[in-house]
Design a protein around this ligand. Sequence first.
Ligand SMILES: Cc1cc2nc3c(=O)[nH]c(=O)nc-3n(C[C@H](O)[C@H](O)[C@H](O)COP(=O)(O)OP(=O)(O)OC[C@H]3O[C@@H](n4cnc5c(N)ncnc54)[C@H](O)[C@@H]3O)c2cc1C
Length: 392
Amino acid sequence: MKKVLIIGGGPAGCAIAHQISMIGNYNITVVEKSNVLGGGCKTLTMGGHPYTFGPRHFITDKKYLFDFLNKYVPMRSCAEHEFKAYIEQDDEFYNFPIHEDDIKRMPDYNEISEQRKNSKGPAGAKNLGEYWLNSVGDILYEKFIKNYNEKMWMVDSVNEIDTFNWSPKGPSIATGKGKVFSDKISAYPIKLNGYDDYFPIATKDVKVLLSTEINEYDIENKTVNLNDQKMKFDIIVNTLPPDIIFNFKLGKLPFIGRDFYPFVLPIENAFPKDVYFIYYPGKGKVTRCVEYKKLTKYKSKNTLIGLEVPSLSNRLYPLPIKKYQDLADDYFKLMPEGVYSAGRAGVYRYGIDFDRCIDHGMIIAKDIKEGGGGHGSVLNIDPTGEQKRIAK
Ligand SMILES: Cc1cc2nc3c(=O)[nH]c(=O)nc-3n(C[C@H](O)[C@H](O)[C@H](O)COP(=O)(O)OP(=O)(O)OC[C@H]3O[C@@H](n4cnc5c(N)ncnc54)[C@H](O)[C@@H]3O)c2cc1C
């Protein structure tokens, strides 16, 4: 029986283990550093209030991914959700991303219109700052974009961020009903324990080593030192930042992390009815604030809020900067046949969410089933090429 090692037991590691175990006839081991499976999508509680580290609702443009997870973790739609931004300059809450209807009610509407009329448009923009400035003009750029991106990515200037297909551009100005992701399925598990039932189901035919870290990696030879024992595998799937499994030999890949502050307020609902998230593009440290019972539908006289503050205390968001992506690509090139890298950190792409983790599992399992040959970032072996296109 061929031996498979999966490094990391978050949504990606579990979904990949699940898909490979469904082929049958593989001896699969998942190694997870913490004492639970589920990574960032594991449900936590405070005073009985369920929450996750940052919102983890299920958003996808691929119905088959929703249908797949929904079989194991029945979900309800949360398509009614609205995201707001607090704009200090106007002391006002507007839709986020920027919405045409809100611009009309801004005190400086006339100047904004003038700037938009005269703006060059995003074509040819050399960086994210230029992209936005040339799209929306100076006033909207200052209100919504500049500070937000500088604190989100912890850079001195938004001009340090490149414009990829996957960089945080969003639609320049949204129109229509003002609901976010109206073109996608947006859902959340019905049960209060969120996605937690999925992780043991996904790994039921798999050996799971919790509270375990690999002591030493020799990826070129598909060998690792696990619990002080040298072990060789036929297939390795990594879901960690790829620099870790190569002992940082080409240099460290930068990531931005989050400090997360949950707290409970003595009020049944803190945000207006359909408002789930509030973003803070101003100078204050917070980037996003989430009222969790909007997602979980937990019933209580109190409500739990989670604040997110960018930090370097963990490695969560790959940076949308070309030179770092190139460095990640150099790590992928070191991976021999049968070594895959998947999940958000594993492919070093912002925008890889839970749905894509399941897709990564499906793509890797298909590649293995068809005789393998794949290696490196899973984005490079996506048979439809779709993942590669969105991720460039
Ligand atoms: C703040 C925030 C909010 C998000 N919100 C959403 C959202 O609303 N919807 C959505 O779909 N996605 C969201 N995401 C994206 C999210 O990251 C993915 O949905 C999903 O968690 C990615 O799964 P993963 O397995 O790649 O990574 P993770 O969930 O980070 O899991 C990685 C796992 O590897 C383990 N690990 C780490 N180091 C080691 C080691 N050395 N050895 C062994 N194991 C190790 C970790 O303990 C963890 O269990 C959000 C991300 C962040 C950071």
